[in-house]
Design a protein. Structure first.
Ligand code: B12
Ligand code: SF4
Lengths: 446, 312
């Protein structure tokens, strides 16, 4: 919980030496409280002050980074329970598990699936970010060789090393020692050994226990052993336990600043039935899991889960939007058709995608409507004939094209009359209602 | 440090609304805590699932869902029976054929279909107009009378037509579905207007307006979370009506439920993808507080029921 200026002041040297650039320790304390200064600026601050103030300033849920380089993922660091309160910041990481008993062909296939999992959605690149290598064989050497296979064939992909046997983790981590994997997991029986490995290799460490009390105790124990980057698994494997346990963890961390639970959550959604697994994983995504481990990553399943994650993690205050512009699609020339839509990312990317599908080079006029969809903008009085006319006139598009024809979305057909009035010399054509009608519409004209 | 379970102090409770009569009647609502948080509240009733039937054959629905319905789609009564045997808790008859831009069927025709469907099944019935505010006023009056005594949910009452629709429901002892447009205040406002005209708030089911996964789901999700918080934490009696999410019609018009795998290989199997689209949309609405869902694909509905069992 954040400390007030006066509380912080208690821990400062109170010498008013001004070395921090502020006239008094109190003034500096006020700046610290307002997060406009850093304690580093005071050369005389005691170790105790650093520790206490550091802890107080720490986010309620610790940020943990897994992996290194541009594929590394940051999880945790959330500040609210409901997205409308502010937003959710660091999207749930999806990982697929590969068991060392399925090494070889099957493993290779899954690794390939991860590497080709990227999809483009509303202008964002989404993918399965991580691989969980699971020891089931009981043989550390076998586990280690799968870790090596994964490291070699999917370089840079963040790893989760899954085994309760410290010897297996030791053998496996040898192949990714400098890659900051997540070790899963410390338990009551192996905590010391696992903590030692995690510290040595600067890896993060998951703590797995049965229930909230047990995971609290274990998290404290591992912290006491010197591990900072902790991830929690309170044991939920079914949707109900996930919602309940994860909600309690998130609440305890954010509302009570309860440090032992102030860490990201890892969730295992696996089920023999892929649709059941998808449904369960969706609950974990919405209800605070920072990592969801899946047993398989079928394309259809990931499309749905990645879309859900994108929905839940968008900023509720600011719709995703693109810049107002006349976009050229394909080798559009002066005779190519001109269409208009709004700058809501979803509208833009759907329409753009369909125009690309049609293979008909085109111009797409994207009008700033504060990121509202076509119908919403129209209903809000922002996508009106006079505003569209003004935008088209001022956009300079008349220099790009010889014709004077504007294709409008079918849902706002009602605008066509008024638009022809406001844009003298222009022909207004009503396009299909749904963007997926565009390919045949455009091809039919060509 | 021992963990003290941080519990919310709820002061409100969702009204319990019963639909249908006899042994197959369904009650929704009754929760006194945020969704599925069994450690701090009670949830006397499972969220219910209604499968949708229309008064015209579903020729413009995507193939995946049409296939699942098969020939039954040609007769609303047969189709309703299929829904019941597929495990639906409720049948939702949507009178889309009455829309002036569709077949512009008359209120009398609509009433006949509604009566047929009502007698084909013994599970409760939701009867929805086509969404054309004016026409629905007439259609729903006729329909409400035709299914009198069945304790149905009639809808949707909207800002433009709530008076006539609510009067029809009231006169024939039905419950009412009231839809507003994705806005907490508008939802509350409509409930207030309805109670002011004498419609009991305990008989309203609120539709905050649904959207599909990937197409605005997050708006519905957050509006519902806010409604539920107002109901339970602020004890706002105008927000304590159960929530219905009409997801099928939103899900089965997006590209993800239609595009064949050959066209979008990176999206994987169409069949699984389409069903997953409805299941995950349902999951989102359940997590945000839905008490009742209107769905289209029997397989997706069955999967959603499974999820509900896992959540209760
Ligand atoms: C999410 C949503 C909102 C969000 C805003 C989201 C956003 N960023 O725009 C919020 C909650 C803010 C909102 C508010 C309102 N909304 Co609203 N909203 C929706 C909802 C559910 C989804 C909109 C969406 O994201 N659509 C997806 C995008 C991609 O659709 P689109 O831009 O129209 O594009 C499609 C087509 O138009 C076409 N297309 C697009 N461009 C082009 C270009 C060409 C050339 C062609 C051919 C085709 C084409 O392709 C796309 C896909 O097929 C719709 C209902 C629905 N299911 O559509 C209602 C809806 C649009 N909203 C509606 C209304 C009335 C409102 C409000 C006025 C109500 C209110 N609460 O006051 C406000 C107005 C906003 C304001 N005052 O600021 C109505 C509009 C009714 C109408 N016909 O007038 C709708 C249709 C709901 C309804 N059935 O009543 N809304
Ligand atoms: S440098 Fe430290 S001791 Fe000196 S005035 Fe600033 S806060 Fe006080």
């Amino acid at each position: 919980m954040a400390l007030s200026g006066v509380e912080i002041f208690k821990y400062l040297p109170k010498t008013n030496c001004k070395k921090c650039g502020h006239p008094t320790c109190l003034a500096f304390a006020m700046k610290l409280a307002a997060k406009q200064a850093s304690l580093d600026a005071c050369p005389d601050a005691s170790e105790e002050a650093k520790k206490i103030l550091g802890e107080a300033a720490a986010p309620p849920i610790r940020a943990v980074t897994i992996g290194t380089g541009d594929k590394a993922v940051k999880i945790g660091d959330e500040i609210c329970l409901f997205r409308h309160e502010k937003k959710f910041f660091n999207p749930t990481v999806f990982a697929v598990s590969i068991k060392d008993t399925e090494a070889g062909e099957a493993a290779a296939k899954k690794i390939e699936a991860v590497k080709s999992s990227e999809i483009d959605r509303v202008g964002q690149k989404l993918r399965v970010e991580a691989i969980a290598v699971v020891e089931e064989s009981g043989d550390p050497a076998k586990f280690a060789s799968l870790v090596k296979q994964v490291v070699d064939s999917a370089p840079g992909v963040p790893l989760i090393l899954v085994s309760k046997n410290p010897a297996a983790i030791e053998a496996g981590i040898a192949h990714c020692a400098d890659k900051k994997p997540l070790i899963y997991a410390a338990t009551n029986d192996n905590a010391e050994a696992m903590a030692k490995i995690a510290k040595e290799k600067k890896a993060s460490l998951a703590v797995a226990a049965d229930g909230l009390d047990a995971v609290t105790a274990l998290s404290e124990k591992v912290k006491g052993l010197g591990v900072e980057d902790i991830v929690l698994d309170p044991g939920a494997r079914k949707a109900k336990d996930m919602i309940e346990q994860y909600t309690i963890i998130r609440r305890a961390a954010i509302k009570k600043n309860f440090k032992p639970l102030g860490y990201p959550i890892i969730s295992f959604a696996a089920d023999g039935n892929p649709m059941t697994e998808a449904a369960r994983a969706s609950i974990a995504v919405m209800k605070y899991a920072s990592i969801v481990v899946l047993s398989n990553i079928e394309k259809w399943k990931m499309l749905a889960l990645l879309s859900l994650r994108q929905n839940i993690y968008t900023d509720p205050q600011v719709p995703m939007q693109v810049a107002q512009n006349i976009y050229k699609i394909g080798e559009a020339n002066e005779n190519s058709p001109l269409m208009i839509t709004t700058n809501f990312s979803l509208s833009y990317f759907i329409v753009r995608g369909e125009v690309e599908n049609s293979k008909v080079p085109s111009w797409l006029a994207v009008m700033d409507n504060e990121g509202l969809s076509v119908l919403t903008a129209w209903a809000a009085g922002k996508f009106t004939a006079s505003r569209i006319a003004q935008f088209i006139t001022e956009s300079g598009v008349e220099k790009n094209i010889k014709h004077r024809e504007l294709i409008i979305p079918g849902y706002v057909a009602i605008l066509s009359g008024a638009l022809e009035e406001k844009l003298p010399g222009w022909k207004i054509t009503v396009g299909p209602r749904e963007a997926n009608g565009l390919p045949s519409f455009l091809k039919g004209r060509a | 440090m021992a963990l003290a379970i941080p519990k919310e102090a709820y002061s409100g409770k969702i009204y319990e609304v019963q639909l249908g009569t006899g042994p197959k009647a369904v009650t929704i609502g009754g929760a006194n805590a945020l969704p599925f948080l069994g450690f701090e509240g009670v949830f006397p009733h499972k969220p219910a699932i209604a499968l949708e039937v229309t008064d015209t054959s579903p020729d413009d629905w995507p193939e995946t869902v049409r296939k699942a319905i098969g020939d039954a789609g040609k007769s609303p009564a047969q189709w309703a029976k299929l829904c019941q045997s597929a495990g639906a808790d409720i049948v939702a008859l949507r009178l889309i054929g009455t829309h002036p831009d569709q077949q512009n069927k008359s209120p009398e025709e609509a009433a006949k279909v509604a009566a047929e469907v009502a007698s084909a099944v013994d599970i409760p019935l939701i009867v929805l107009g086509s969404g054309h505010a004016e026409k629905d006023s007439q259609v729903l009056q006729a329909v409400a009378a035709a299914v009198r005594g069945k304790n149905c949910a009639i809808g949707k009452a909207m800002e433009e037509n709530y008076k006539t629709v609510a009067a029809a429901a009231m006169a024939n002892d039905h419950k009412l579905i009231a839809m507003s447009q994705l806005d907490v205040n508008l939802a509350k406002q409509l409930n207030i207007l309805l109670t002011q005209m004498g419609f009991a708030k305990e008989r309203i089911i609120m539709d905050p307006m649904s959207s599909a996964l990937g197409y605005g789901l997050e708006y519905t999700y957050s509006v519902m979370e806010r409604i539920r918080q107002a109901a339970l934490l602020q004890n706002d009696p105008m927000m304590q009506t159960p929530i219905v999410c009409d997801i099928g019609m939103n899900v089965w018009k997006v590209k993800e439920t239609m595009a064949p795998e050959a066209e979008v290989s990176e999206w994987g199997s169409l069949e699984d993808r389409a069903v997953a689209w409805e299941v995950i949309t349902a999951s989102g609405m359940l997590a945000a507080g839905a008490d009742m869902l209107i769905m289209r694909h029997p397989g997706a509905a069955a999967k959603t029921k499974e999820l509900i069992s896992e959540l209760m």
